[in-house]
Design a binder for this molecule. Structure first.
Ligand SMILES: Cc1cc2nc3c(=O)[nH]c(=O)nc-3n(C[C@H](O)[C@H](O)[C@H](O)COP(=O)(O)O)c2cc1C
Length: 197
């Protein structure tokens, strides 16, 4: 049975539509026995640390030269790398905040992507991601509708796809959106949104 990682990044708890949508995706996959064990990481319970100078220094050290202080600084990054390595399916939810993903999700991605760990270069200088054959479901909640913005204003799905493809090795990203949540008397029909799943 495949295992899953569920990343939640809205601080609105049970009121969050993105969390509701990603939970519906997880439930559907579980009900169909496509996934078994699910590890959930709520990025708003323990915020990912921002990258500072010391951590960036550790990111680029050879693993054998990392000392005790480095191990402490790399603890969060190593933990989330292990979580994603152990998962076949990754379900990620995010609110749209100022056209982008939530700040905790961006910080999680910055902690995840690491030279030598999530991506390497071959002798010809070609970069490749090391975590291949995984599937990502991306659940995005927005107060408005994407179709109301000019072309080129989609920054969340395109960014996740680009980073996962270039620096992680995951090319299979399937996006679902719950839109218009700021509307009067809005109610979310998650089953309808994910009917193609
Ligand atoms: C700080 C902030 C910025 C937001 N920016 C946008 C935006 O740029 N476009 C949009 O459609 N909705 C925007 N919204 C509305 C949220 O996307 C909406 O409330 C959504 O349901 C949040 O996801 P959640 O329910 O999972 O928390 C914003 C909300 C907040 C609090």
């Amino acid at each position: 049975m495949k295992s899953a990682l569920h990343i939640v990044s809205s601080a609105r708890g049970s009121q969050s539509y993105s969390r509701g949508l990603s939970a519906a995706i997880v439930k559907k996959l579980k009900d169909r026995n496509e996934i078994g064990a699910v590890v959930e990481r709520d990025l708003t319970g323990e915020f990912p640390p921002f990258l500072d100078q010391a951590l960036i220094g550790e990111f680029y050290k050879h693993p054998e030269t990392v000392g005790e202080e480095g191990k402490r600084l790399l603890k969060y990054s190593n933990a989330i790398f292990n979580e994603i390595s152990n998962a076949d399916v990754i379900v990620i939810s995010t609110p749209m905040h100022n056209l982008g993903m939530s700040a905790p999700l961006k910080a999680w991605m910055d902690q995840l992507v690491r030279f030598g760990l999530t991506y390497v270069y071959d002798s010809d200088g070609m970069r490749s991601g090391r975590l291949q054959n995984k599937k990502v479901y991306l659940a995005i909640a927005s107060g408005g509708q994407l179709s109301q913005w000019p072309d080129g204003y989609e920054f969340i799905e395109s960014y996740v796809k680009a980073v996962f493809s270039a620096y992680v090795g995951i090319t299979d990203v399937c996006t679902f959106r719950v839109e218009g949540t700021a509307g009067n008397n809005f109610t979310a029909d998650y089953e309808d949104i994910i009917q193609s799943l």
